[in-house]
Design a protein around this ligand. Structure first.
Ligand code: ATP
Length: 721
C-alpha cells in the first residue's frame, strides 16, 4: 500500500484534537525493530535442553528461509491489492465487492465440533514441503503447551483438546528505555534471567531517615523476553507454535497487555503478517487441495462500540443468536491468498485505528484492535456452498492499561476513553477471576472486549498473553500491576490444580528479608526458588522485601507492608465490587427480537442506562448505541476506583508528613557540637523544602482528583431515578 492509501486514514473527532495517525512504517510489519536477534529463550520445563532448542530454532529458521521464495511465487492472489479507502476490490481485473467474498457475519463461536468432520491425519502425515518429517510445525504445536520434549510420536493432539480449561501461555516482554527516559536519567529497574524465565523488579523505597533502599519483586513466567529480543524472536516464541493448531478446529488468541507506552502495538503489529505467511505456507503445502481458504477481518472496540477497520470504520453490532453464539454482524472478511494483499489489509486497518496522546505515549492506541485470521474449508469440496470455519487465530492489541493518574493532563475525551478502557480490562480481570474460581457463570458480557475474548478462554482454545512492560523506574507501579495481572492469568493454565492454586496464592506475598543497597546490584536473589516454582509448572510471584541493617526497622516494615496491603486490598476490593455475574448472566434474548426488547429484559434500569448513554454522547462525542451502555454499577465502580486513588494520594501525603515530623523530632533530639548541628540543620532544611515541594505537588493532584470525583458524583446523582 502506498503512502496515499495509508494517508486515507479516518480520524476520530476529538475535542482535544489530539488524535493523529500512528506512523508505523510498513516495514515494521516484517521487521524486528532493529533489535538483534537472540537465541530462543523458550525453555520448556522438562523439555528441550538449551542446545536442542538452539538447534531446533536454527533448523526451523532454515526451513522457513528455504520455503519462503517458493511460497510467494506459488501464492495465487485471490484478493488483489487495495486502493485507498475503497470498499471494493479487484478480482481478476473486475471490481468485486468484499461482500461477495464474505458472508458478512463473523460467527465468533462457530467452532463447535459439528461444524467440521474430524480432520484426517492425512495432511499431517505428508511431510510439508521443505519440512523435516521428524520436526515440523505440528510437532511444534504439540510441544508448545505440553511441556514435553519434541517427539511427534508421544503426543496425541486430540488428547490435548479434551480439556475444557483454556491453555494459556504467558510471556513477558520488556522494552528498552526510550530517549525521554534516558534524558531524565531514569534507571532500568528490571533484570531478566532467561535461563529460569524469571525477572526481577527493583522498586526504590524510602526509609524513615530518607535513605533509599530497594525492594525486590521476582516473577516467573513461561517466557521472559528482554529488550534485545527481536520481533521475529517474539513471533517464534509466541504465535508460530500455535499456527498449525488452527487447521484442527482450534481457536487461538494472542493478546498484548500492559501499560500505555509499554510496547503492545510494537509487539503485536508484526505478528499477524508473520502468522499469515506460515498459514499460507501450510495451506499451499501440507493442506494443498484440501479446500482451505484464509480470511482476514480487522475491527476495533472503541468506546464500547465496534468499528470495521477494513470497511471505512463501519459501525458493527455484536449479537447473540438463539444458540447464544456471538456474531459480529456486518464485519467484512476478505478472502486472501497472497501475502502482499494481507500486508495491505493490515496496513490499512492499522492506519484506520484510533490513536491519541496520553501522558505516557504520544501515539497511544485508544481502542482494542482485533485482527482475525480465519481458516475456512469448503463443504464437501463444493466451492459454491459457504465455507465453514475450521479454525481461527485472533490478534488483540489491547488499549493501554492506565490509572486515572495518567490521564490528569489530558482532555475529558481521553479520560472517558481511559475509563472505558479500564472498564473493559477490569471486566477481563473479572472473567479471569471467575474462571480461576471455577465459577459456573463467567461474566463475559461485562464488556465488548470480554464477549469477543470469550472463545479464547473456553473450550478448545489456545491463548498467548504477551505482557509488555516498561523498564523505567517511573513505571514501577504499573509494571508490578501488569506482572501481577499476568501472574493471575497464568494461574489459569492447564495443569494448575486447585491445590496448586491455593498453595501459590499463599506464597503470593511471601517475603524474605534481603539487605538491599540502593545500587542496582542485580545478580543477587534466589533464583533457585524461581526455578523450582517454574519446574512445578507454576508462574508464581515472589516478592521480597529488603530489610534494614540499622534504624527503625519495625516502623519501616510496617510502612512498607501497609503499602502492599493497600495494593492488595485495593485489587481485591475492586474484584469484590465488580461482579458482573449476577447482572449479565441473565437470559439475554436473541438479537432477532430487536434492540428495544433486548434492553428492556436486562436487569438494569433501562431509563438510567439510556440517560447515561445520551449523557455520554452529548458530553463526550460517543455515538449512542443501544448495544452498549454504562450501568450505574459500572459508574459506581469507576467512582470507587477514583476514590481509592484519592485515598492512596492522601495516605502518601500523610506518609510524607510523617517523615518530615520524624526528621523534626530527630533535629530536636540532636545533641551535637554547634558546627555539626548547623550542617545537620541545613541538610534537614534542604530535605524539608524538597518534601514541602512534594507535598504541594501531591496536594495539587489531590485537588484534581477531588474535582474529578465530584464530577463523577454529579454524574451518578444525575442518574438517580
Ligand atoms: N521492544 C521495543 N524496542 C524498541 N522500541 C520499542 C519497543 N517496544 C516499544 N517501543 C517503542 O515505544 C513506543 C511505544 O510503543 P507502543 O506504541 O507499541 O506502546 P503501546 O503499549 O501500544 O502503547 P498504547 O497502549 O498507549 O497504545 C513506540 O515508539 C515504540 O516504537
Amino acid at each position: 500500500m502506498n503512502g496515499a492509501a495509508v494517508g486515507g486514514r479516518q480520524m476520530q473527532q476529538r475535542p482535544g484534537g489530539q488524535l493523529h495517525h500512528r506512523q508505523y512504517s510498513s516495514d515494521q510489519l516484517f521487521s524486528d525493530g532493529g533489535n538483534g536477534g537472540v537465541a530462543s529463550k523458550w525453555l520448556q520445563p522438562g523439555g528441550l535442553a538449551a542446545s536442542q532448542q538452539v538447534e531446533y530454532s536454527r533448523m526451523l529458521r532454515s526451513m522457513q528461509r528455504g520455503m519462503s521464495g517458493e511460497f510467494l511465487i506459488s501464492g495465487e492472489p485471490l484478493t488483489p491489492g487495495l486502493t485507498s479507502r475503497s470498499s471494493s476490490h479487484r478480482k481478476n481485473g473486475e471490481e468485486v465487492s468484499p461482500n461477495e467474498l464474505s458472508p458478512g457475519i463473523l460467527d465468533l463461536h462457530s467452532f463447535d465440533t459439528e461444524l467440521l468432520p474430524e480432520m484426517t491425519g492425512a495432511g499431517f502425515d505428508a511431510a510439508p514441503f521443505g519440512y523435516s518429517r521428524d520436526r515440523n510445525m505440528d510437532d511444534l504445536e504439540t510441544n508448545f503447551y505440553s511441556n514435553r520434549p519434541l517427539n511427534r510420536n508421544i503426543v496425541a493432539p486430540e488428547k490435548e483438546k479434551t480439556s475444557s480449561v483454556a491453555k494459556i501461555k504467558v510471556v513477558v516482554r520488556k522494552r528498552p528505555l526510550n530517549k525521554k527516559e534516558i534524558a531524565k536519567k531514569e534507571d532500568d529497574i528490571i533484570t531478566i534471567e532467561p535461563s529460569s524465565n524469571s525477572l526481577t523488579v527493583y522498586e526504590t523505597k524510602l526509609k524513615v531517615d530518607l535513605t533509599e533502599y530497594l525492594e525486590k519483586h521476582e516473577f516467573v513466567f513461561d517466557a521472559v523476553l528482554d529488550e534485545n529480543v527481536s520481533n521475529e524472536e517474539v513471533y517464534r516464541e509466541t504465535v508460530e507454535p500455535i499456527v498449525p493448531a488452527i487447521f484442527q478446529r482450534t481457536k487461538a488468541t494472542c493478546f498484548a497487555y500492559g501499560q500505555t507506552g509499554s510496547g503492545k502495538t510494537y509487539t503485536m503489529q508484526p505478528l499477524p503478517l508473520k502468522a499469515s505467511q506460515d498459514i499460507l505456507r501450510l495451506m499451499h503445502h501440507t493442506y494443498r487441495n484440501q479446500g482451505f481458504h484464509l480470511f482476514v477481518s480487522f475491527f476495533e472496540i472503541y468506546g464500547g462500540k465496534l468499528f470495521d477497520l477494513l470497511n471505512d470504520r463501519k459501525k458493527l453490532c455484536m449479537r447473540e443468536d438463539g444458540k447464544q453464539k456471538v456474531c459480529i454482524v456486518g464485519l467484512q472478511e476478505y478472502r486472501v491468498s497472497s501475502i502482499e494483499t494481507i500486508k495491505e489489509l493490515i496496513e490499512k486497518g492499522n492506519a484506520t485505528r484510533s490513536t491519541g496522546t496520553t501522558g505516557a505515549n504520544e501515539e497511544s492506541s485508544r481502542s482494542h484492535a482485533i485482527l482475525q485470521l480465519a481458516i475456512k474449508k469448503s463443504v464437501d469440496g463444493n466451492e459454491s456452498k459457504p465455507a465453514r470455519i475450521a479454525g481461527k487465530l485472533s490478534f488483540i492489541d489491547l488499549a493501554g492499561s492506565e490509572r486515572g493518574a495518567d490521564t490528569t493532563d489530558n482532555d475529558k475525551q481521553t479520560r472517558i476513553e481511559g475509563a472505558e478502557i479500564n472498564k473493559s480490562l477490569l471486566a477481563l480481570k473479572e472473567c479471569i477471576r471467575a474462571l480461576d474460581n471455577d465459577q459456573v457463570h463467567i461474566p463475559f458480557r461485562g464488556s465488548k472486549l470480554t464477549e469477543v475474548l470469550r472463545d479464547s478462554f473456553v473450550g478448545d482454545s489456545r491463548t498467548v498473553m504477551i505482557s509488555c512492560i516498561s523498564p523505567n523506574s517511573g513505571s514501577c507501579e504499573h509494571t508490578l500491576n501488569t506482572l501481577r495481572y499476568a501472574d493471575r492469568v497464568k494461574s489459569l493454565s492447564k495443569g494448575n490444580s486447585k491445590k496448586e492454586l491455593s498453595s501459590a496464592s499463599s506464597n503470593l506475598n511471601l517475603r524474605e528479608s534481603v539487605a538491599g543497597p540502593t545500587s542496582l546490584s542485580r545478580t543477587e536473589g534466589n533464583n533457585a526458588d524461581a526455578t523450582e516454582n517454574y519446574k512445578s509448572g507454576w508462574s508464581k510471584q515472589i516478592e521480597r522485601e529488603s530489610s534494614f541493617s540499622s534504624g527503625r526497622e519495625e516502623d519501616l516494615v510496617t510502612l512498607s507492608h501497609t503499602k502492599h496491603f493497600r495494593a492488595n486490598s485495593r485489587s481485591s476490593s475492586m474484584a469484590e465490587v465488580f461482579d458482573y455475574s449476577e447482572v449479565y448472566e441473565q437470559d439475554k434474548p436473541s438479537w432477532r427480537k430487536g434492540k428495544a426488547e433486548a434492553h428492556s429484559s436486562l436487569p438494569i434500569d433501562g431509563r438510567s442506562t439510556k440517560r447515561v448513554d445520551s449523557l455520554v454522547k452529548r458530553k463526550d462525542g460517543f455515538d449512542e448505541d443501544n448495544n452498549s451502555f454504562y450501568s450505574d454499577d459500572e459508574l459506581t465502580e469507576l467512582l470507587k476506583e477514583e476514590e481509592d486513588l484519592v485515598t492512596a494520594h492522601r495516605r502518601q501525603v500523610e506518609e510524607t508528613l510523617n517523615i518530615v515530623r520524624e526528621e523534626m523530632r530527630l533535629l530536636d533530639e540532636a545533641d551535637q557540637p554547634g558546627n555539626q548541628l548547623d550542617a545537620y540543620v541545613s541538610r534537614l532544611n534542604a530535605i524539608l523544602s524538597q518534601k514541602a515541594a512534594g507535598i504541594v505537588n501531591l496536594q495539587t493532584r489531590l485537588t484534581h482528583f477531588q474535582r474529578h470525583l465530584t464530577e463523577k458524583h454529579v454524574l451518578v446523582s444525575s442518574l438517580a431515578p
